[in-house]
Design a protein around this ligand. Structure first.
Ligand code: MV4
Length: 498
């Protein structure tokens, strides 16, 4: 493989190109009119504008992307995440054009893209799943019986949904029929597929996912887990590896299940198997994501592997160069997602210009971003500015390093989720590791971001006030503490508990 086209933008396009460059592979960027000055365009060996800003006319235009690939003599296409990455039709078109899709087969994507067929495939390997219906509900009375058997509350899920889309909680049997019908009509309008199924509702679960990697010779390994429970409305905010709750035994059991799920769809390349973990540490298979995920860097940090290199090696038919026994977890890694969203205003996207943009530096810090100072954040795409990743010898070192890195990250011009991430890093539940998918709902209020004064600071403030008062009484001119000369500025801005 001599030339790869990256069918994506932003940080992930850059991240893929870096690995290509290390491998001596030429890169082609595609870009929309909104991304003409983006770093991923400048970094690539060649770059082609493929259309207007709207994704449907650029990054989602598979035909155009294949056309460009053929014209420029591209061998393989890397889809990144989002956009065309899980589109089986696109994977097929790429193959039919005689090019290599750097990812799994269209067949694997089709099986895992539909939750019911994913569960059916996993069932052949005895993978633990949440009790519920096996197939789509066609008889409402039969379904109601199953719901009563598994016990309320239950969840109605759309088979074509995923990532939290098309889910509905039903608390009481009396509501079952009505909620069912609503779920079906929602699924038809959202996905054009009304198939729904039910599962027992697991109340306070952790979301743990396993990274897998398969080659074309039948070898599949697991690259351990990522803990992704800190999320807001199904949008992950903080991820880490390893999880602080898995024992080596559970880790091995989950890893082997994940490998079997991958086997169940003849998986090739990098994929992620999602599980729920309940309070008693029982785990249940949820779904499989057939792409490289946003949070893959934490896995790279703890395994020492470059997942994009592995994807490319596998795509060109090479055998995995290691076995399961060669893999060890080394250290701990945390990722926070830096979004141009205002945590004080219900996380509303806050697009604008990055007037100041200075990234943190130093040992154990990695920033995967796709912007430069002075750039506009376009309104057309996901508002993620960057992923900030830290690595340490253990969880506490990674956590303290993250707080330091957040405080060394200087962004002005747009509001970001950095203060929110700092809040999480310093929250007792996060520090203890004892939290579930309801973390944000349970603990976060916009007031949580108000600067915290320590007892010592309060005392200093009181002393300063009394000195000022005494000076005032003595008619002295009191130097004014301004925003510019205040030595507290840094602490106030960084929301640090010192
Ligand atoms: C569940 C669940 C509880 N019980 N299934 C949400 C994303 C999708 N992959 C499945 N999801 C869930 N499925 C049962 N039977 C709770 C969730 C869930 C969740 C899962 C992972 C991460 C965050 C979540 C937030 C709310 C609900």
């Amino acid at each position: 493989m001599n030339k790869i086209l990256i069918a994506n933008r932003g940080e992930i396009a850059l991240r893929v190109m870096r690995s290509c460059r290390e491998m001596g592979i030429k890169t082609v960027a595609v870009f929309s009119e909104a991304d003409r000055n983006s770093p991923h365009v400048k970094y690539a060996d060649e770059a082609v504008c493929i259309g207007p800003p709207a994704s449907s006319q650029s990054y989602l235009d598979g035909k155009k992307i294949i056309e460009v690939s053929k014209k420029l003599g591209v061998d393989g296409i890397h889809p990144g995440y989002g956009f065309l990455s899980e589109n089986a039709n696109f994977a097929n078109m790429v193959k039919e054009a005689g090019l290599t899709f750097i990812g799994p087969s269209a067949e694997s994507m089709n099986i895992m893209g539909d939750k019911l067929s994913a569960k059916a495939a996993a069932k052949r390997y005895n993978i633990p799943m949440v009790p519920g219906t096996d197939g789509a509900i066609d008889d409402i009375e039969v379904a109601k019986k199953t719901a009563i058997e598994v016990g309320f509350p239950i969840l109605v899920k759309a088979s074509a949904g995923g990532g939290g889309k098309g889910m509905r909680i039903v608390e009481r049997v009396e509501d079952f029929e009505e909620q069912m019908k609503l779920a079906v009509s929602e699924a038809i309008s959202a996905f054009g597929n009304g198939a729904v199924f039910i599962e027992r509702y697991v109340a306070g679960p952790r979301h743990i996912e396993i990274q897998v990697l398969g080659d074309t010779h039948g070898n599949i390994v697991y690259l351990f887990e990522r803990e992704c429970s800190v999320q807001r409305r199904h949008q992950k905010v903080i991820e880490e590896a390893p999880s602080s709750v898995l024992t080596p035994e559970i880790r091995k059991a989950m890893g082997e299940c994940a490998v079997n799920v991958a086997k169940a769809c003849d998986y090739i390349g990098a994929g992620t198997v999602e599980f729920l973990l309940d309070e008693n540490k029982n785990f249940y298979f949820l779904e499989m994501n057939t792409r490289l995920q946003v949070e893959h860097p934490v896995t790279e940090q703890i395994t020492g592997l470059d997942l994009v290199k592995e994807q490319i090696n596998v795509a060109r038919g090479e055998k995995l160069s290691f076995t399961q026994d060669d893999l060890k977890i080394k250290g701990h890694s945390i990722e926070v997602r830096v979004y141009a969203e205002d945590p004080l205003n219900n996380f509303l996207p806050d697009i604008g210009t990055l007037h100041t943009y200075k990234t943190p530096q130093g040992l154990g810090i990695r920033v995967d971003d796709g912007f430069e100072e002075g750039m506009q954040i376009p309104i057309y795409y996901d508002p993620m500015i960057a992923k900030l990743i830290t690595f340490g010898k253990d969880r506490e070192e990674a956590r303290l390093r993250m707080i330091r890195a957040i405080n060394d990250y200087h962004i002005s011009g747009v509001e970001t989720t950095l203060p929110f991430c700092n809040f999480v890093m310093q929250h007792e539940a996060f520090i203890s590791g004892n939290f579930d998918t309801h973390f944000v709902k349970h603990y976060f209020k916009p007031d949580s971001l108000k600067p915290v004064m320590t007892e010592e600071e309060n005392e200093i403030a009181a002393i300063a006030a009394s000195i000022a008062m005494a000076d005032f009484k003595n008619d002295k001119v009191v130097a004014e503490a301004t925003h510019e000369n205040s030595s507290w500025k840094h602490n106030r801005k960084s929301y640090m508990k010192v």
